[in-house]
Write a protein that binds this ligand. Structure first.
Ligand code: AG3
Length: 587
Protein backbone atom coordinates (compact mmCIF):
# COMPACT_ATOMS: atom_id res chain seq x y z
CA UNK A 1 0.00 0.00 0.00
CA UNK A 2 2.83 2.39 0.80
CA UNK A 3 1.76 6.02 1.12
CA UNK A 4 -1.97 6.56 1.39
CA UNK A 5 -4.00 9.74 1.82
CA UNK A 6 -6.52 9.62 4.67
CA UNK A 7 -8.49 12.87 4.56
CA UNK A 8 -5.88 15.60 4.94
CA UNK A 9 -3.35 13.23 6.41
CA UNK A 10 -0.68 11.14 4.77
CA UNK A 11 -0.20 7.60 6.12
CA UNK A 12 2.27 4.85 5.38
CA UNK A 13 1.29 1.16 5.40
CA UNK A 14 3.91 -1.55 5.23
CA UNK A 15 3.92 -3.89 2.22
CA UNK A 16 5.57 -6.98 3.64
CA UNK A 17 2.50 -9.19 3.95
CA UNK A 18 -0.39 -9.54 1.55
CA UNK A 19 -3.02 -9.89 4.24
CA UNK A 20 -1.94 -7.85 7.22
CA UNK A 21 -0.11 -4.58 7.69
CA UNK A 22 0.67 -1.78 10.07
CA UNK A 23 0.88 1.91 9.45
CA UNK A 24 1.70 5.31 10.83
CA UNK A 25 0.87 8.91 10.15
CA UNK A 26 3.55 10.69 8.17
CA UNK A 27 4.37 14.30 8.98
CA UNK A 28 6.84 14.80 6.13
CA UNK A 29 8.30 12.91 3.21
CA UNK A 30 12.06 13.34 3.58
CA UNK A 31 13.20 11.18 0.64
CA UNK A 32 10.41 10.27 -1.78
CA UNK A 33 10.55 6.71 -3.07
CA UNK A 34 13.77 6.40 -5.08
CA UNK A 35 14.98 3.48 -7.15
CA UNK A 36 18.59 2.90 -6.07
CA UNK A 37 19.23 0.27 -8.71
CA UNK A 38 19.01 -2.40 -6.01
CA UNK A 39 15.76 -1.54 -4.28
CA UNK A 40 13.26 1.24 -3.65
CA UNK A 41 14.26 3.53 -0.81
CA UNK A 42 12.13 6.02 1.09
CA UNK A 43 12.69 8.06 4.24
CA UNK A 44 9.66 9.45 6.07
CA UNK A 45 9.24 11.60 9.12
CA UNK A 46 6.65 10.85 11.78
CA UNK A 47 5.74 12.53 15.06
CA UNK A 48 5.72 9.30 16.98
CA UNK A 49 8.73 7.38 15.65
CA UNK A 50 10.97 10.11 14.27
CA UNK A 51 12.41 9.32 10.86
CA UNK A 52 11.75 5.93 9.30
CA UNK A 53 13.80 4.09 6.66
CA UNK A 54 11.78 1.97 4.24
CA UNK A 55 13.21 -0.40 1.61
CA UNK A 56 10.91 -2.02 -0.93
CA UNK A 57 7.91 -1.03 1.17
CA UNK A 58 9.30 -2.70 4.32
CA UNK A 59 10.24 -0.77 7.45
CA UNK A 60 13.94 -1.18 8.22
CA UNK A 61 14.30 1.12 11.19
CA UNK A 62 12.68 3.98 13.04
CA UNK A 63 14.77 6.48 15.00
CA UNK A 64 12.56 5.86 18.01
CA UNK A 65 13.31 2.16 18.44
CA UNK A 66 16.27 1.25 16.21
CA UNK A 67 18.34 0.78 19.36
CA UNK A 68 16.48 -2.39 20.28
CA UNK A 69 17.44 -4.24 17.09
CA UNK A 70 20.91 -2.75 16.72
CA UNK A 71 21.89 -3.36 20.34
CA UNK A 72 20.72 -6.98 20.31
CA UNK A 73 22.21 -7.96 16.99
CA UNK A 74 25.57 -6.36 17.89
CA UNK A 75 25.99 -6.95 21.61
CA UNK A 76 24.53 -10.43 21.90
CA UNK A 77 27.30 -12.08 19.83
CA UNK A 78 30.06 -9.76 21.04
CA UNK A 79 29.35 -10.42 24.72
CA UNK A 80 28.72 -14.12 24.13
CA UNK A 81 32.27 -14.70 22.87
CA UNK A 82 34.81 -16.47 25.00
CA UNK A 83 37.51 -13.92 24.07
CA UNK A 84 36.91 -10.23 23.26
CA UNK A 85 36.35 -9.60 19.57
CA UNK A 86 38.96 -7.82 17.49
CA UNK A 87 37.69 -7.94 13.93
CA UNK A 88 33.99 -7.66 13.20
CA UNK A 89 32.46 -7.97 9.76
CA UNK A 90 29.03 -6.52 8.99
CA UNK A 91 27.21 -7.58 5.86
CA UNK A 92 24.52 -5.09 4.86
CA UNK A 93 23.70 -2.64 7.63
CA UNK A 94 24.25 0.43 5.41
CA UNK A 95 22.54 2.74 7.90
CA UNK A 96 25.49 2.00 10.25
CA UNK A 97 23.34 1.27 13.30
CA UNK A 98 25.09 -2.06 13.84
CA UNK A 99 28.55 -0.54 13.26
CA UNK A 100 27.79 2.16 15.81
CA UNK A 101 27.05 -0.42 18.51
CA UNK A 102 29.97 -2.69 17.56
CA UNK A 103 32.44 0.23 17.78
CA UNK A 104 31.46 0.81 21.42
CA UNK A 105 33.46 -2.31 22.28
CA UNK A 106 36.99 -1.19 23.02
CA UNK A 107 38.49 -4.56 22.16
CA UNK A 108 37.35 -4.14 18.57
CA UNK A 109 40.21 -2.99 16.36
CA UNK A 110 38.57 -3.22 13.00
CA UNK A 111 35.02 -3.12 11.68
CA UNK A 112 34.48 -3.89 8.01
CA UNK A 113 31.04 -3.20 6.64
CA UNK A 114 30.11 -4.53 3.21
CA UNK A 115 26.99 -2.84 1.88
CA UNK A 116 25.83 -3.46 -1.66
CA UNK A 117 23.75 -0.30 -1.98
CA UNK A 118 25.75 2.93 -1.61
CA UNK A 119 22.59 5.02 -1.59
CA UNK A 120 21.46 3.43 1.66
CA UNK A 121 24.70 4.66 3.26
CA UNK A 122 24.58 8.14 1.73
CA UNK A 123 20.93 8.90 2.31
CA UNK A 124 20.77 7.62 5.88
CA UNK A 125 24.00 9.44 6.70
CA UNK A 126 22.50 12.68 5.44
CA UNK A 127 18.96 12.31 6.78
CA UNK A 128 19.34 10.14 9.88
CA UNK A 129 22.68 11.27 11.28
CA UNK A 130 21.92 10.01 14.78
CA UNK A 131 21.90 6.41 13.59
CA UNK A 132 25.46 6.45 12.27
CA UNK A 133 26.73 8.85 14.94
CA UNK A 134 30.52 8.73 15.05
CA UNK A 135 30.92 5.73 12.77
CA UNK A 136 32.43 7.40 9.72
CA UNK A 137 34.82 9.37 11.91
CA UNK A 138 36.12 6.25 13.65
CA UNK A 139 39.47 5.12 12.15
CA UNK A 140 38.64 1.51 12.99
CA UNK A 141 35.72 1.57 10.54
CA UNK A 142 36.00 0.62 6.89
CA UNK A 143 33.17 0.64 4.35
CA UNK A 144 33.28 -1.58 1.29
CA UNK A 145 30.55 -0.97 -1.26
CA UNK A 146 30.04 -4.38 -2.82
CA UNK A 147 28.44 -7.78 -2.66
CA UNK A 148 28.91 -9.33 0.78
CA UNK A 149 28.65 -12.82 -0.67
CA UNK A 150 31.75 -12.13 -2.78
CA UNK A 151 33.85 -10.09 -0.37
CA UNK A 152 33.47 -12.67 2.38
CA UNK A 153 35.22 -15.34 0.34
CA UNK A 154 38.47 -13.38 0.70
CA UNK A 155 38.26 -13.29 4.49
CA UNK A 156 38.99 -16.85 5.51
CA UNK A 157 39.51 -17.23 9.27
CA UNK A 158 39.70 -13.47 9.86
CA UNK A 159 36.53 -12.40 11.70
CA UNK A 160 35.52 -12.97 15.32
CA UNK A 161 31.94 -11.90 14.72
CA UNK A 162 29.98 -11.58 11.49
CA UNK A 163 26.70 -9.70 11.70
CA UNK A 164 24.39 -10.10 8.75
CA UNK A 165 22.06 -7.11 8.89
CA UNK A 166 20.14 -7.76 5.70
CA UNK A 167 16.68 -7.16 4.41
CA UNK A 168 14.32 -10.13 4.18
CA UNK A 169 15.15 -13.00 1.82
CA UNK A 170 13.28 -11.41 -1.05
CA UNK A 171 15.00 -8.95 -3.38
CA UNK A 172 18.73 -8.22 -3.19
CA UNK A 173 19.32 -10.18 0.03
CA UNK A 174 18.18 -13.54 -1.38
CA UNK A 175 21.71 -14.85 -1.87
CA UNK A 176 22.52 -14.11 1.79
CA UNK A 177 20.19 -16.90 2.85
CA UNK A 178 21.79 -19.60 0.71
CA UNK A 179 23.85 -22.57 1.81
CA UNK A 180 26.93 -21.45 -0.11
CA UNK A 181 26.84 -18.09 1.57
CA UNK A 182 26.49 -19.57 5.06
CA UNK A 183 29.42 -21.85 4.32
CA UNK A 184 31.61 -18.90 3.39
CA UNK A 185 30.51 -17.12 6.58
CA UNK A 186 31.66 -20.16 8.54
CA UNK A 187 34.99 -20.15 6.72
CA UNK A 188 35.49 -16.45 7.41
CA UNK A 189 35.13 -16.88 11.19
CA UNK A 190 37.96 -17.45 13.64
CA UNK A 191 37.67 -20.50 15.91
CA UNK A 192 35.04 -19.84 18.54
CA UNK A 193 33.59 -17.09 16.33
CA UNK A 194 29.90 -16.27 16.03
CA UNK A 195 27.67 -15.12 13.21
CA UNK A 196 24.20 -13.71 13.64
CA UNK A 197 21.54 -13.02 11.03
CA UNK A 198 18.13 -11.37 11.17
CA UNK A 199 15.61 -14.11 10.38
CA UNK A 200 12.22 -12.51 10.62
CA UNK A 201 9.12 -12.43 12.76
CA UNK A 202 8.49 -15.78 14.41
CA UNK A 203 4.71 -15.74 14.11
CA UNK A 204 4.17 -13.84 10.87
CA UNK A 205 7.10 -15.38 9.01
CA UNK A 206 6.93 -18.89 10.46
CA UNK A 207 9.26 -20.49 7.91
CA UNK A 208 12.03 -17.92 7.82
CA UNK A 209 13.67 -18.75 11.12
CA UNK A 210 13.26 -22.55 10.81
CA UNK A 211 14.65 -22.29 7.25
CA UNK A 212 17.73 -20.39 8.42
CA UNK A 213 18.05 -22.69 11.41
CA UNK A 214 18.31 -25.68 9.04
CA UNK A 215 20.84 -23.90 6.83
CA UNK A 216 22.98 -22.66 9.71
CA UNK A 217 22.78 -26.05 11.40
CA UNK A 218 24.33 -27.61 8.31
CA UNK A 219 27.35 -25.32 8.11
CA UNK A 220 27.93 -24.37 11.75
CA UNK A 221 28.70 -26.33 14.88
CA UNK A 222 25.87 -24.90 16.97
CA UNK A 223 22.76 -22.85 16.33
CA UNK A 224 20.90 -20.51 18.60
CA UNK A 225 17.91 -18.21 18.13
CA UNK A 226 17.86 -14.89 19.95
CA UNK A 227 14.37 -13.47 20.37
CA UNK A 228 13.33 -9.89 21.03
CA UNK A 229 10.49 -7.59 20.07
CA UNK A 230 10.46 -4.05 18.76
CA UNK A 231 7.98 -1.76 17.05
CA UNK A 232 9.60 -1.46 13.64
CA UNK A 233 9.21 -5.11 12.75
CA UNK A 234 5.54 -5.88 13.01
CA UNK A 235 4.45 -9.11 14.62
CA UNK A 236 5.80 -9.34 18.19
CA UNK A 237 8.59 -11.88 18.70
CA UNK A 238 11.36 -11.35 16.17
CA UNK A 239 14.29 -13.65 15.58
CA UNK A 240 18.02 -13.43 15.10
CA UNK A 241 19.66 -16.74 14.29
CA UNK A 242 23.24 -17.27 15.40
CA UNK A 243 25.76 -19.93 14.43
CA UNK A 244 29.09 -20.73 16.02
CA UNK A 245 32.37 -22.06 14.72
CA UNK A 246 33.21 -24.64 17.33
CA UNK A 247 30.92 -26.72 19.52
CA UNK A 248 29.79 -25.52 22.93
CA UNK A 249 30.33 -21.82 22.17
CA UNK A 250 26.73 -20.95 23.02
CA UNK A 251 26.73 -22.98 26.20
CA UNK A 252 28.77 -20.24 27.84
CA UNK A 253 27.09 -17.34 26.06
CA UNK A 254 25.08 -16.12 29.05
CA UNK A 255 27.90 -16.60 31.54
CA UNK A 256 30.40 -14.78 29.33
CA UNK A 257 27.99 -11.90 28.84
CA UNK A 258 27.29 -11.48 32.55
CA UNK A 259 31.05 -11.29 33.16
CA UNK A 260 32.03 -9.08 30.25
CA UNK A 261 29.20 -6.57 30.27
CA UNK A 262 30.03 -4.77 33.54
CA UNK A 263 33.63 -4.36 32.37
CA UNK A 264 32.72 -3.01 28.96
CA UNK A 265 32.67 0.60 30.09
CA UNK A 266 29.43 1.56 28.41
CA UNK A 267 25.75 1.21 29.12
CA UNK A 268 23.07 -0.07 26.81
CA UNK A 269 19.43 0.98 26.66
CA UNK A 270 17.80 -2.20 25.37
CA UNK A 271 20.31 -4.99 25.53
CA UNK A 272 21.03 -6.59 28.88
CA UNK A 273 22.97 -9.74 29.71
CA UNK A 274 20.25 -10.43 32.29
CA UNK A 275 17.73 -11.09 29.51
CA UNK A 276 18.59 -14.51 28.10
CA UNK A 277 16.45 -13.92 24.97
CA UNK A 278 15.64 -17.56 24.34
CA UNK A 279 12.73 -18.09 21.99
CA UNK A 280 9.37 -19.03 23.47
CA UNK A 281 9.39 -22.80 24.04
CA UNK A 282 6.78 -23.37 21.35
CA UNK A 283 9.06 -21.72 18.77
CA UNK A 284 12.14 -23.53 19.99
CA UNK A 285 10.33 -26.81 19.49
CA UNK A 286 9.32 -25.85 16.00
CA UNK A 287 12.81 -24.70 15.08
CA UNK A 288 14.14 -28.09 15.98
CA UNK A 289 11.42 -30.33 14.63
CA UNK A 290 9.64 -28.54 11.84
CA UNK A 291 9.46 -30.54 8.66
CA UNK A 292 8.28 -29.87 5.16
CA UNK A 293 5.32 -32.17 5.45
CA UNK A 294 3.84 -35.52 6.23
CA UNK A 295 2.59 -38.25 4.00
CA UNK A 296 0.29 -41.14 4.57
CA UNK A 297 0.50 -43.86 1.95
CA UNK A 298 -2.35 -46.40 1.90
CA UNK A 299 -3.03 -49.55 -0.02
CA UNK A 300 -6.63 -50.70 0.14
CA UNK A 301 -8.63 -53.43 -1.45
CA UNK A 302 -11.76 -52.19 -3.20
CA UNK A 303 -14.97 -54.18 -2.72
CA UNK A 304 -15.47 -56.26 -5.86
CA UNK A 305 -19.07 -55.22 -6.48
CA UNK A 306 -18.47 -51.64 -7.42
CA UNK A 307 -15.24 -50.19 -8.70
CA UNK A 308 -15.35 -46.40 -8.24
CA UNK A 309 -15.65 -44.31 -11.38
CA UNK A 310 -13.64 -41.16 -12.09
CA UNK A 311 -16.30 -38.93 -10.55
CA UNK A 312 -16.31 -40.89 -7.36
CA UNK A 313 -12.52 -40.76 -7.12
CA UNK A 314 -12.59 -37.03 -7.79
CA UNK A 315 -15.00 -36.58 -4.90
CA UNK A 316 -12.75 -38.70 -2.69
CA UNK A 317 -9.83 -36.38 -3.41
CA UNK A 318 -11.80 -33.21 -2.66
CA UNK A 319 -13.39 -34.62 0.47
CA UNK A 320 -9.99 -35.85 1.65
CA UNK A 321 -8.78 -32.28 1.30
CA UNK A 322 -11.65 -31.25 3.55
CA UNK A 323 -10.94 -34.00 6.05
CA UNK A 324 -7.32 -32.93 6.41
CA UNK A 325 -7.98 -29.20 6.11
CA UNK A 326 -6.05 -28.60 2.92
CA UNK A 327 -7.11 -26.44 0.00
CA UNK A 328 -7.12 -28.12 -3.39
CA UNK A 329 -5.18 -26.26 -6.09
CA UNK A 330 -6.02 -26.48 -9.78
CA UNK A 331 -7.91 -29.26 -11.53
CA UNK A 332 -7.33 -32.94 -10.92
CA UNK A 333 -5.10 -34.75 -13.41
CA UNK A 334 -6.52 -38.09 -14.52
CA UNK A 335 -5.72 -41.05 -16.74
CA UNK A 336 -8.04 -43.86 -17.77
CA UNK A 337 -7.16 -47.54 -17.83
CA UNK A 338 -6.21 -47.81 -21.48
CA UNK A 339 -3.21 -49.97 -22.31
CA UNK A 340 -2.62 -50.93 -18.73
CA UNK A 341 -1.76 -47.45 -17.55
CA UNK A 342 -4.04 -47.92 -14.59
CA UNK A 343 -6.59 -45.42 -13.44
CA UNK A 344 -4.93 -42.45 -11.88
CA UNK A 345 -6.11 -39.23 -10.31
CA UNK A 346 -3.83 -36.59 -8.88
CA UNK A 347 -5.17 -33.57 -7.06
CA UNK A 348 -2.69 -30.87 -6.09
CA UNK A 349 -3.02 -29.37 -2.68
CA UNK A 350 -0.69 -26.73 -1.40
CA UNK A 351 2.64 -27.89 -2.96
CA UNK A 352 1.83 -31.48 -2.37
CA UNK A 353 -0.84 -33.79 -3.66
CA UNK A 354 -3.49 -36.38 -3.03
CA UNK A 355 -3.35 -39.27 -5.46
CA UNK A 356 -5.27 -42.41 -6.35
CA UNK A 357 -4.15 -45.24 -8.55
CA UNK A 358 -6.01 -48.46 -9.22
CA UNK A 359 -4.58 -51.76 -10.34
CA UNK A 360 -7.30 -54.37 -10.51
CA UNK A 361 -9.02 -54.26 -7.16
CA UNK A 362 -6.18 -52.60 -5.42
CA UNK A 363 -6.18 -48.87 -4.86
CA UNK A 364 -2.91 -47.18 -4.00
CA UNK A 365 -3.59 -43.89 -2.24
CA UNK A 366 -1.14 -41.17 -1.27
CA UNK A 367 -2.06 -38.24 0.85
CA UNK A 368 0.74 -35.74 1.27
CA UNK A 369 0.38 -32.40 2.96
CA UNK A 370 2.78 -29.69 3.92
CA UNK A 371 0.87 -28.94 7.10
CA UNK A 372 0.27 -31.15 10.10
CA UNK A 373 -1.59 -34.17 8.81
CA UNK A 374 -4.46 -35.50 10.91
CA UNK A 375 -3.42 -38.98 9.97
CA UNK A 376 -6.19 -41.04 11.52
CA UNK A 377 -8.87 -38.79 10.05
CA UNK A 378 -7.33 -39.23 6.62
CA UNK A 379 -7.18 -43.01 6.89
CA UNK A 380 -10.61 -43.45 8.41
CA UNK A 381 -12.16 -41.21 5.82
CA UNK A 382 -10.68 -43.22 2.93
CA UNK A 383 -11.68 -46.56 4.45
CA UNK A 384 -15.26 -45.41 4.93
CA UNK A 385 -15.44 -43.76 1.56
CA UNK A 386 -14.33 -46.80 -0.39
CA UNK A 387 -16.20 -49.15 1.97
CA UNK A 388 -13.19 -51.31 2.55
CA UNK A 389 -12.08 -53.16 5.64
CA UNK A 390 -8.52 -52.30 6.14
CA UNK A 391 -5.69 -50.13 4.90
CA UNK A 392 -2.05 -51.00 4.79
CA UNK A 393 -0.28 -47.78 5.70
CA UNK A 394 3.10 -46.12 5.61
CA UNK A 395 3.56 -42.88 7.46
CA UNK A 396 6.49 -40.87 6.11
CA UNK A 397 7.94 -37.74 7.75
CA UNK A 398 8.87 -35.83 4.61
CA UNK A 399 11.56 -33.19 4.42
CA UNK A 400 12.41 -33.49 8.10
CA UNK A 401 16.10 -32.56 7.74
CA UNK A 402 16.64 -35.32 10.28
CA UNK A 403 19.48 -37.78 10.07
CA UNK A 404 18.68 -41.14 8.59
CA UNK A 405 18.22 -42.90 11.94
CA UNK A 406 15.71 -40.36 13.13
CA UNK A 407 13.92 -40.50 9.79
CA UNK A 408 13.74 -44.28 10.11
CA UNK A 409 12.41 -44.10 13.66
CA UNK A 410 9.74 -41.63 12.66
CA UNK A 411 8.56 -43.76 9.75
CA UNK A 412 5.68 -46.08 10.62
CA UNK A 413 4.31 -49.10 8.79
CA UNK A 414 1.00 -50.34 10.11
CA UNK A 415 -2.41 -51.72 9.28
CA UNK A 416 -5.55 -49.80 10.06
CA UNK A 417 -9.20 -50.82 10.20
CA UNK A 418 -11.08 -54.00 10.96
CA UNK A 419 -9.08 -56.38 13.09
CA UNK A 420 -6.61 -53.74 14.19
CA UNK A 421 -6.93 -51.68 17.29
CA UNK A 422 -6.42 -48.03 16.33
CA UNK A 423 -2.97 -47.76 14.84
CA UNK A 424 -2.05 -51.19 16.17
CA UNK A 425 1.54 -52.33 16.05
CA UNK A 426 3.77 -50.19 13.89
CA UNK A 427 6.93 -51.40 12.18
CA UNK A 428 9.94 -49.49 10.93
CA UNK A 429 11.55 -49.76 7.51
CA UNK A 430 14.84 -51.54 7.04
CA UNK A 431 17.85 -49.22 7.10
CA UNK A 432 20.40 -50.17 4.46
CA UNK A 433 23.40 -48.65 2.71
CA UNK A 434 22.69 -46.97 -0.58
CA UNK A 435 25.34 -49.25 -2.10
CA UNK A 436 23.16 -52.24 -1.21
CA UNK A 437 20.04 -50.59 -2.56
CA UNK A 438 21.84 -49.82 -5.81
CA UNK A 439 23.43 -53.27 -6.16
CA UNK A 440 22.33 -55.57 -8.95
CA UNK A 441 21.24 -58.32 -6.60
CA UNK A 442 19.18 -56.07 -4.31
CA UNK A 443 16.50 -58.51 -3.08
CA UNK A 444 13.68 -55.98 -3.21
CA UNK A 445 12.80 -56.69 -6.80
CA UNK A 446 13.28 -60.43 -6.47
CA UNK A 447 11.15 -60.91 -3.39
CA UNK A 448 8.04 -61.05 -5.54
CA UNK A 449 6.33 -58.92 -3.00
CA UNK A 450 6.38 -55.78 -5.08
CA UNK A 451 4.00 -55.90 -8.04
CA UNK A 452 4.27 -52.14 -7.95
CA UNK A 453 6.71 -50.14 -5.94
CA UNK A 454 7.29 -46.59 -4.91
CA UNK A 455 10.58 -44.74 -4.75
CA UNK A 456 10.31 -41.76 -2.42
CA UNK A 457 13.17 -39.25 -2.41
CA UNK A 458 13.72 -36.21 -0.22
CA UNK A 459 16.67 -34.39 -1.74
CA UNK A 460 18.29 -31.60 0.22
CA UNK A 461 20.53 -28.65 -0.50
CA UNK A 462 19.54 -28.39 -4.13
CA UNK A 463 20.31 -25.64 -6.57
CA UNK A 464 17.92 -22.73 -6.17
CA UNK A 465 17.79 -21.82 -9.87
CA UNK A 466 16.83 -25.36 -10.82
CA UNK A 467 14.15 -25.98 -8.28
CA UNK A 468 12.54 -22.56 -8.47
CA UNK A 469 11.91 -22.90 -12.20
CA UNK A 470 8.85 -24.70 -13.55
CA UNK A 471 10.62 -25.13 -16.89
CA UNK A 472 13.68 -26.83 -15.39
CA UNK A 473 11.51 -29.10 -13.29
CA UNK A 474 9.34 -30.00 -16.28
CA UNK A 475 12.41 -30.83 -18.33
CA UNK A 476 13.59 -33.27 -15.70
CA UNK A 477 10.19 -34.90 -15.06
CA UNK A 478 8.99 -34.99 -18.65
CA UNK A 479 12.25 -35.71 -20.47
CA UNK A 480 15.27 -36.63 -18.40
CA UNK A 481 13.73 -38.91 -15.79
CA UNK A 482 11.73 -41.01 -18.28
CA UNK A 483 14.95 -41.47 -20.24
CA UNK A 484 16.99 -42.50 -17.20
CA UNK A 485 14.34 -44.88 -15.93
CA UNK A 486 13.07 -46.19 -19.25
CA UNK A 487 9.48 -45.54 -18.11
CA UNK A 488 7.17 -44.46 -20.90
CA UNK A 489 5.24 -41.28 -20.38
CA UNK A 490 1.49 -40.98 -20.64
CA UNK A 491 0.31 -37.50 -21.57
CA UNK A 492 2.31 -34.35 -21.03
CA UNK A 493 4.23 -33.22 -18.01
CA UNK A 494 2.35 -30.74 -15.84
CA UNK A 495 4.51 -28.34 -13.85
CA UNK A 496 2.44 -25.54 -12.34
CA UNK A 497 3.62 -23.04 -9.79
CA UNK A 498 0.67 -22.02 -7.68
CA UNK A 499 2.56 -19.11 -6.16
CA UNK A 500 1.80 -20.18 -2.65
CA UNK A 501 1.75 -17.37 -0.16
CA UNK A 502 3.64 -19.40 2.42
CA UNK A 503 7.41 -19.37 2.04
CA UNK A 504 7.62 -22.95 3.17
CA UNK A 505 5.69 -24.19 0.21
CA UNK A 506 6.72 -21.72 -2.47
CA UNK A 507 7.94 -23.37 -5.65
CA UNK A 508 6.60 -25.51 -8.50
CA UNK A 509 4.98 -28.92 -8.40
CA UNK A 510 5.10 -31.58 -11.08
CA UNK A 511 3.05 -34.53 -12.31
CA UNK A 512 4.14 -36.86 -15.09
CA UNK A 513 2.08 -39.98 -15.59
CA UNK A 514 3.75 -43.16 -16.82
CA UNK A 515 2.51 -46.42 -18.19
CA UNK A 516 1.98 -48.21 -14.92
CA UNK A 517 2.98 -45.37 -12.68
CA UNK A 518 3.57 -41.70 -12.02
CA UNK A 519 6.04 -39.11 -10.86
CA UNK A 520 4.55 -36.61 -8.44
CA UNK A 521 6.99 -34.16 -6.91
CA UNK A 522 7.25 -30.78 -5.25
CA UNK A 523 9.98 -28.19 -5.09
CA UNK A 524 10.47 -26.09 -1.97
CA UNK A 525 12.51 -23.18 -3.25
CA UNK A 526 13.01 -21.62 0.16
CA UNK A 527 14.15 -24.81 1.82
CA UNK A 528 16.32 -25.78 -1.16
CA UNK A 529 14.70 -29.16 -0.98
CA UNK A 530 12.62 -31.38 -3.22
CA UNK A 531 10.22 -34.21 -2.45
CA UNK A 532 9.69 -36.84 -5.12
CA UNK A 533 7.34 -39.83 -5.35
CA UNK A 534 7.76 -42.27 -8.20
CA UNK A 535 5.36 -45.17 -8.49
CA UNK A 536 6.03 -47.87 -11.06
CA UNK A 537 5.11 -51.42 -11.92
CA UNK A 538 8.30 -51.84 -13.94
CA UNK A 539 11.65 -52.04 -12.31
CA UNK A 540 14.34 -49.53 -13.22
CA UNK A 541 17.92 -48.90 -12.20
CA UNK A 542 17.55 -47.30 -8.78
CA UNK A 543 21.12 -46.07 -8.45
CA UNK A 544 20.98 -44.34 -11.78
CA UNK A 545 17.57 -42.82 -11.06
CA UNK A 546 18.54 -41.42 -7.67
CA UNK A 547 22.05 -40.29 -8.61
CA UNK A 548 21.05 -38.62 -11.86
CA UNK A 549 18.16 -36.86 -10.17
CA UNK A 550 20.46 -35.57 -7.44
CA UNK A 551 22.96 -34.55 -10.10
CA UNK A 552 20.39 -32.62 -12.09
CA UNK A 553 19.19 -30.66 -9.05
CA UNK A 554 22.71 -30.51 -7.56
CA UNK A 555 21.39 -32.02 -4.33
CA UNK A 556 23.98 -32.66 -1.63
CA UNK A 557 22.20 -35.51 0.15
CA UNK A 558 18.99 -37.49 0.04
CA UNK A 559 16.83 -39.69 2.18
CA UNK A 560 15.02 -42.34 0.16
CA UNK A 561 12.32 -44.85 0.96
CA UNK A 562 11.41 -47.85 -1.11
CA UNK A 563 7.89 -49.18 -0.58
CA UNK A 564 6.37 -52.35 -2.03
CA UNK A 565 2.89 -51.30 -3.17
CA UNK A 566 -0.13 -53.45 -3.77
CA UNK A 567 0.26 -55.93 -0.94
CA UNK A 568 -2.96 -55.80 0.98
CA UNK A 569 -2.98 -59.58 1.21
CA UNK A 570 0.47 -59.87 2.80
CA UNK A 571 1.21 -60.00 6.52
CA UNK A 572 2.27 -56.64 7.83
CA UNK A 573 5.62 -57.92 9.03
CA UNK A 574 6.49 -59.12 5.55
CA UNK A 575 5.60 -55.75 4.07
CA UNK A 576 7.75 -54.02 6.69
CA UNK A 577 10.63 -56.41 5.97
CA UNK A 578 10.48 -55.30 2.36
CA UNK A 579 10.28 -51.58 3.02
CA UNK A 580 13.65 -49.87 2.94
CA UNK A 581 15.15 -46.54 3.87
CA UNK A 582 18.61 -45.34 2.87
CA UNK A 583 20.80 -42.27 2.77
CA UNK A 584 22.53 -41.05 -0.37
CA UNK A 585 25.45 -38.67 -0.35
CA UNK A 586 25.69 -36.33 -3.34
CA UNK A 587 28.82 -35.77 -5.37
N1 AG3 B 1 17.34 -4.94 8.58
C1 AG3 B 1 16.34 -5.91 8.97
C2 AG3 B 1 14.95 -5.56 8.55
C3 AG3 B 1 13.99 -6.66 8.77
C4 AG3 B 1 12.61 -6.32 8.38
N2 AG3 B 1 11.86 -7.47 8.31
C5 AG3 B 1 10.68 -7.73 8.86
N3 AG3 B 1 10.00 -6.79 9.47
N4 AG3 B 1 10.25 -8.91 8.82
C6 AG3 B 1 17.21 -3.69 9.15
C7 AG3 B 1 18.34 -2.79 8.86
C8 AG3 B 1 18.64 -1.96 10.04
N5 AG3 B 1 20.02 -1.70 10.17
Amino acid sequence: MGLVKKGKDLWFFEDLYSDTTYGFKVSKVIVPETDTGFQKLMILETDRFGRVLILDGIVQLTEEDEGIYHEWIAHWPLFALQKPARHVLIIGGGDCGVAREVLRHQSVQKVTMVEIDRMVCDLTRRHMPAVCAGVYEDPRFKLIVGDGAEVIRRMKGKCDVIVIDSTDPIGPAQSLFSTDFYQSVYDALTDGGITIHQTGALILQPFEAPGSWRQIERSFDDVRVVQFANISYMGGPFSLTAGSKGKGVFKNAERNALKAYPKAGFKTSWYSPCIPAHPYPEFQKRLETDKYGEEIVMDIELPSRSLPDAKKVGRWALQTCDAIHMLPFGEAITAGSVRGEGETLVQYVETSAISYRRYGRLAALNCFTCAALPMEDAIRFSIDYFKTQRALCWYLPRGSFADIRKARNNTKIFAYGAGTDGLGKAYRPRLIDSADAFARDFPFFRSGIAPQFELVMDIYDCDYEKIASSAAVAEWAGGIFPKISGLSTVGKVDAPDFGHAKKKTAGPSVVQLFKGGSNISHYAANWLMIVVNIVSDRKFNLGKAVRRTMGYFKGRYAICWLLPRGNTGQPLKKVADNTYIFFVEGK
